[in-house]
Design a protein around this ligand. Sequence first.
Ligand code: CUA
Length: 350
Amino acid sequence: MRLIGVRGCDALARAVPLASVVTPIACAAAPLEHSALAPAGVQAEHIVRLWDLTLVVCGCVFAAVLAGVLFALWKRRSTDAAAPPALDVYVQPEHRTQRAVVWASMLSVVLLVALIVADVVTDRALSKLPDANAVRIDLTGWQWWWQARYAAGPSHGFFITANELHVPVGRPIVISLKAGDVIHSFWVPSLHGKKDLLPGITSTIEFRADRPGVYDGPCAEYCGAEHALMALRVVADPPDRYAAWAAAQAANAPQPSDDLAVRGMQVFERSTCANCHMVRGTSATGLLAPDLTHLMSRQTIAAGVLPNDAADLTRWIRDPGAVKPGTTMPAVPLTTPDLQALVAWLTTLK
Ligand code: CUA
């Protein structure tokens, strides 16, 4: 887990030694929404209704069983301990007990069938989101980050981004899920249930966000050493703000204006950074790592591990393995002036 601004970071810091390095910065940020019990969309509402029903039914059954056990114990204590045990129950059937067992069994069957029906009804409701005018996103899970490709829309062209999805409130979102290497799992509990990403198989998840907010979606299937440091963030924007965001994402990176940033771009283009990362509008066209064209529009770097600012970018680029052990991003040997220039340019990628 996590990562920046997630609930439960303190518990995490106790449980995972690495997290104790990461969370002091991380937990300073505002908490994200991460609760299946606080739905922010129609799909999550169906799921929470099923949960509520299951909780009430199972809670009542539990209370009834407990009451029965306590009653039996109380009755046993209230009989005379010195009196010899009544043996006639072994030769004469206890009609009252038999009737109670039959009724309890029938009630159990009825309740179980009711839960199965509710489950099927929920499943059907989940698959019935109309997808007219949907936003279509291809999401690929990699060790340990998310690549998102947005299909062209009426007001913008195709673009790629990473680790942070923006979606418009009130419109259906259709996400095609692929695994680039090993199994991962998409789970944004405030919006929908889980869906695994399986190598070689494309699966689909559809949801709609009905209220603006920032929703947390850590990878939910163990996928290697940094499984816990692979956060996805879903930002649900009002439609006009989403349209502005998408149009800005589809544009090429701004050209650097000051000398330091120009030098930073040259450092980027001639170093190994450009082999893996893409920055549209430059000669860097790599697709093995996050697209950095509008890097500064994202709230975090390294898939939720660090806040996205100049100091943390410097720290991350200088030694990625120290921040996220096992990451596939190598430490690129750069002189301090080159690193400063590189970071100065990266922070212009708004
Ligand atoms: Cu990706 Cu766990």
